[in-house]
Ligand binder design. Structure first.
Ligand code: GDP
Ligand code: CA
Length: 319
């Protein structure tokens, strides 16, 4: 395995795959660029949910049962916040709070989100590079039938129930890619770009909305592989399939292929979607069928190996 791998990632689904890549690649060969469109400020704290999810997944701290946040969590601070009349719609575990406190005070002291993220990763024993998509402020907003909702209001408080009409990445038009992202995109030894199985609209599109990113991915010579977050017409978690329906596309692997058409060479689809491989290829994207549901660390590593092998085969380069 030679060359560098750049992975674009959102939260829970993407982080599982990113953890698989981290398990099978030498750390110096991997840069994970994470969506920050979900970031928000809450009771004075700067919260970066997708970065946190990736940090917890790669450091082995994720709570596998709950499916988000930190394992061995406690909620004492949240209980006290409730007594004090503070909002309860966003859950803040005690261990998770430490992350938000560390990030918030460092940002206030003038560090960049890139600097904070790479140091926190290092402190948690993560050797691969993890970078925000941008150090500039980008905020995803969902236009619903009733009103425009900031992302966390839509996702957490409203539980994605309002019908979406459009999605905006406020601030993206003037954001710059983070230094590590820019560097990875232009590396001469870039051997593969991976689009993790994250929500295409809420997790990957904000990254692609940063000026220059889409154009660079379109012309990058390295093979580009996406893993479908849609399996058998459904999202394993979260609103991806519901959103696709509301935005007027069939929630299936063919729509995922069409969505990423200009940006990927290969789409990994689950075995249960094997019958759709021909339809994916009709879109102009090579389909590779593999077990794409990640329940265990072994599943994550196996899917990462499949994706790397697919990259290697797609253009005959040394990955
Ligand atoms: P969020 O930011 O926490 O919402 O997470 P992401 O956007 O990174 O991931 C959400 C997507 O991950 C959903 O569309 C899920 O279908 C997908 N997902 C979750 N687990 C898996 C898995 O094991 N395999 C695949 N292929 N997709 C998954
Ligand atoms: Ca997210």
């Amino acid at each position: 395995m030679e060359g560098h791998v750049l992975a674009l990632c959102g939260g829970v689904g993407g982080a599982k795959f990113a953890a698989g890549l981290a398990a099978v690649l030498p750390p110096e060969q991997l840069t994970i660029v994470v969506n920050t469109g979900d970031d928000f400020e809450h009771i004075g704290l700067s919260i970066s949910p997708d970065i946190d999810t990736v940090l917890y997944a790669l450091s082995g701290l994720s709570d596998a049962v709950r499916g988000w946040g930190v394992a061995d969590e406690s909620w004492r601070c949240m209980e006290m916040l409730e007594r004090l009349g503070e909002p309860q719609w966003f859950m803040l575990g005690d261990r998770d709070l430490a992350m938000h406190l560390a990030r918030t005070h460092r940002l206030r002291a003038g560090e960049t989100l890139s600097g904070v993220t790479s140091d926190l990763a290092l402190r948690l024993g993560i050797a691969a590079a993890i970078a925000p998509m941008s150090d500039d402020r980008v905020r995803t907003e969902v236009d619903t039938e009733q009103c425009a909702l900031p992302f966390q209001r839509y996702f957490v408080a409203e539980q994605c129930k309002p019908v979406a009409r459009a999605i905006r990445y406020v601030g993206a038009e003037v954001a710059r890619p983070s230094p590590a992202f820019s560097a990875a995109l232009t590396r001469r030894d870039l051997a593969a770009v991976m689009i993790c199985p994250s929500n295409p609209y809420l997790s990957i599109d904000p990254i692609l909305a940063v000026p220059g990113v889409r154009a660079q991915l379109e012309r990058v010579r390295a093979p580009r592989v996406a893993v479908s977050p849609i399996i058998a017409g459904k999202a394993l978690k979260g609103p991806a399939a519901k959103l696709m329906g509301e935005l007027g596309v069939e929630p299936d692997v063919v729509s995922v292929a069409r969505h990423y058409r200009e940006l990927i060479d290969v789409l990994i689809i689950d075995e249960s979607d094997a019958a759709r491989a021909g339809d994916v290829e009709a879109v102009g994207v090579k389909a590779v069928t593999a077990p794409a549901i990640m329940r265990t660390a072994a599943d994550r590593a196996a899917l990462a190996r499949e994706a790397l092998a697919a990259a290697r085969q797609s253009k005959g380069v040394a990955v």
